[in-house]
Design a protein around this ligand. Structure first.
Ligand SMILES: *Cc1c(COP(=O)(O)O)cnc(C)c1O
Length: 402
């Protein structure tokens, strides 16, 4: 038999599309496995270990029992869209038309992904700050766009915006600015001056802004939340993304939403209808009822998490790790050089066996290889019960001092 031509080596792109070449099981999966293997306290994961409002849970169960179990409209239940618009008006004085300017999504993740798919052409650039939430690169990649992540600067124990660097990163291909404040993974909350600087960049270069505000209720030390949409000139070009998961400790419900000018919301909706179409009818109803009167709950949650942040920060410092301020959200960054490590990834690999705790290396959120501020940092979450945070910090204490 004539020898057949050997098959050309299988090229990876025959198996996986180019746009998902960089998609790998995330560091979170690995960390969860380490946590299980060593019976470690998991301060890597950002899933809240705190309970949800009782009334919210009861409302969801009642909604299921009452038969609200079929598809909601693609844009979300009208009750929820009205409650969202009312809440934005009450809290920020910004009016959104519940019928045209609000869309309910399967979590904030779907809102961000649908926005990038809806607004970016292949080859476009999406500007964000580095390090950043890992779903952003994936969303840009699905859209054929390129994520351009400008390193956050540091100053003492805080992260800050480098406006000149942000401005310098804008090119003719830049399509939008994707901002997350309060910020995951750094705990940074952007100041009014920093938001004004970002607004100038957007206005000067005709950029659309997508702002991921899933931690909008979790800004500590009495500093209120500011939305980029509130900066003059920005409401008409900003899509604001929120999540009931982070606001009410129900991350498994995946109820999120986006508010913005009709043309942006309509674009998101046109993609979203072909991703999930719609989801979570009884959860949407329960969240709608809760949103009428959420401020007492969110104030209490903010107080609790601020105390947990303080516990964790004090504990990490006592254990010899210098920390950055956690101004908002669920996370603190700690510098592992105090434990004799240069590399946060190695520290996080050793930590479960050494101390019975897990954390996530900041480099897992790094997109820009030029970013000098991530290698020696690791992310700890404090969205856990106080005794869990206390136990974790006591496990860390005395583990690496001479
Ligand atoms: C948790 C998180 C999300 C995901 O929100 P869902 O509503 O669960 O999709 C999005 N962005 C950031 C920054 C987050 O931390």
């Amino acid at each position: 038999m004539p020898s057949a031509q050997p098959l050309p080596p299988t090229r990876p792109r025959l198996l996986r599309a180019d746009r998902i070449q960089n998609f790998r099981p995330s560091v979170f999966t690995e960390t969860r496995e380490l946590a299980e293997r060593y019976g470690a306290i998991d301060l890597g994961q950002g899933a809240p270990g705190l309970s949800a409002p009782r009334v919210l849970l009861d409302d969801a169960m009642a909604a299921i029992a009452e038969g609200h179990n079929q598809y909601p409209p693609a844009a979300g239940l009208a009750e929820l869209r009205r409650a969202i618009a009312n809440s934005r008006l009450r809290r920020f004085g910004i009016h959104y038309d519940a019928d045209r300017e609000v869309v309910v999504t399967a979590g904030a993740t779907e809102a961000v992904t649908a926005a990038l798919l809806a607004l970016c052409n292949p080859g476009d650039e999406v500007l964000t700050l580095d390090p950043c939430y890992d779903a952003y690169e994936a969303a840009a990649s699905l859209a054929g766009a390129r994520l351009v992540a400008v390193p956050l600067a540091t100053e003492g124990d805080r992260f800050c915006l480098d406006e000149a660097a942000l401005r310098a990163a804008v090119t003719p291909r830049t399509r939008l600015l994707l901002l997350n404040s309060p910020h995951n993974p750094t705990g940074k909350v952007f100041t009014a001056a920093e938001l004004a600087a970002m607004a100038r960049v957007c206005l000067d270069h005709e950029l659309t802004a997508v702002t991921d505000e899933v931690y909008e209720h979790l800004v500590y030390d009495g500093a209120g939340h500011h939305s980029l949409a509130s900066v003059p000139g920005m409401r008409e070009r900003t899509l604001v993304v929120s999540s009931a998961g982070k606001t009410f400790n129900v991350t498994g419900w995946k109820v999120g939403w986006a508010c913005g000018p009709g043309r942006l919301v309509e674009a998101v909706l046109s993609v979203k209808q072909f991703l999930t179409f719609a989801s979570g009818t009884p959860f949407q109803l329960a969240v709608a009822r809760m949103l009428g009167d959420e401020e007492a709950w969110t104030a209490a949650l903010r107080g609790t998490l601020q105390r947990h942040r303080d516990l964790l920060r004090t504990g990490l410092e006592q254990a010899g790790l210098r920390t950055y301020r956690g101004e908002g959200g669920y996370f603190l960054q700690a510098d592992v050089r105090g434990a004799g490590y240069l590399d946060g990834t190695r520290f996080c690999r050793d930590l479960p066996a050494r101390a019975g705790v897990t954390a996530i290396p900041c480099s897992a959120f790094r997109h820009n290889p030029q970013n000098p501020h991530t290698d020696h940092l690791v992310r700890f979450s404090f969205c856990k019960p106080a005794d869990v945070v206390r136990e974790a910090t006591s496990r860390l204490t005395g583990k690496w001092q001479a």
